[in-house]
Design a binder for this molecule. Structure first.
Ligand SMILES: *[C@@H]1O[C@H](CO)[C@@H](O)[C@H](O)[C@H]1NC(C)=O
Ligand SMILES: *[C@@H]1O[C@H](CO)[C@@H](O)[C@H](O)[C@H]1NC(C)=O
Length: 316
């Protein structure tokens, strides 16, 4: 290979340097996670391995929604948040906080909370709202509005749902009422629904969809597909856990194809037995586009770099 210009190696170096900066920027995108932590209580929080695994999962996320938390006194969540803030991982300089719903349920033996854990450096909580209605949600959504200057969307609302499996179809459909309520309350239609909807297998079938407004109204986009398996055990393959967003502005603020299940068995090289001790569900997650100037300019910079190289080393 002959160099036509003596500056070519320098330009090539600059090009790859630029690529490195850009890909580093990508890594620091904004991640929202949802995890059914299956009866997370003080006993579970006292198990060192479980707490450690949970900390590894949650420290990847700017916002995590936990479902099936059983912690009326707040002690389990306190242990979890202090584990996150202990900063044993030297790359994680974040400070985490949490907001919890009250205990929700229809039977004293099964009361559960929704808990949001978030990074104080990347996002602010700007509103909280417990849905109270005549509809018979077993665990009515505890809705939180967030604001972040790190994302292109800025202000968005997260609506959690851990549905009751026996009435999953009705509860998912009722999310529409919650959407109307909170979007009017905060004058904001950037709404994301997330959680263990039981939206798969026997609980929600293909023919049930006509009775679910989040399916029939095309302004809602289901980001976790029907073929995804959000369960840990090999015995089941069901897309119970979902992420749904409302409207084009929110859809455009999401990194394409970033919604996925986080298989911690594979990612952390853990046995299924160890993973099941944390939960029988895997987390699901999605990335929001970063508002960083460099990232917005990515296509332009790449085009520039390629044309500079093409111009100075045409034989490359
Ligand atoms: C959180 O709110 C404060 C006060 O309005 C603001 O200065 C800060 O930039 C916000 N943080 C983020 C990450 O948006
Ligand atoms: C609601 O938001 C829209 C834009 O998002 C704005 O034009 C309108 O003035 C807002 N309405 C109220 C009552 O704040």
């Amino acid at each position: 290979m002959r160099w036509r210009s003596p500056n070519c190696p320098v330009l090539l170096f600059l090009f790859f340097f630029l690529l490195c900066i850009l890909s580093a920027g990508r890594v620091s995108g904004f991640r929202i996670c949802s995890y059914n932590v299956q009866n997370f209580n003080v006993n579970k929080a006292a198990n060192y391995r479980t707490l450690h695994t949970l900390t590894r999962v949650l420290s990847r996320c700017d916002i995590s929604l936990l479902q099936h938390v059983v912690d009326t006194e707040g002690k389990a969540i306190k242990s979890l948040v202090s584990a996150l803030n202990r900063g044993t991982d030297r790359y994680d300089e974040y400070v985490y906080q949490s907001v919890s719903s009250r205990s929700l349920g229809t039977s004293a033996s099964d009361m559960q909370q929704y808990v949001f854990i978030y990074r104080t450096q990347t996002v602010n909580v700007t509103g909280q709202h417990q849905h109270e209605s005549q509809l018979q949600f077993v665990r009515a959504p505890f809705v939180v509005q967030f604001q972040s200057d790190k994302t292109t969307i800025k202000d968005f609302i997260l609506v959690p749902l851990h549905s009751d499996p026996t009435q999953a179809v009705q509860e998912i459909d009722w999310l529409y009422e919650v959407f109307v309520e909170v979007s009017e309350k905060w004058n904001n239609t950037n709404v994301m629904f997330l959680g263990d909807f039981h939206a798969s297998c026997a609980y929600v079938t293909r023919s049930d969809r006509k009775n679910i407004r989040l399916f029939t109204d095309s302004s809602f986009s289901w980001l976790i597909g029907d073929r995804v398996d959000t369960t840990v055990t090999d015995a089941t393959s069901c897309a119970y856990d979902r992420i749904v967003v409302h409207g084009q502005p929110f859809l455009k603020a999401i990194e394409p194809f970033s919604a996925q299940v986080f298989n911690l068995a594979k990612e952390f090289k853990l046995s299924k037995t160890a993973v099941v001790k944390v939960s029988d569900h895997f987390p699901v997650e999605v990335m929001l586009k970063s508002s960083a100037l460099l990232l917005q300019a990515t296509p332009l910079l790449l085009l520039l770099a390629v044309s500079v190289i093409g111009w100075c080393c045409p034989e490359l």
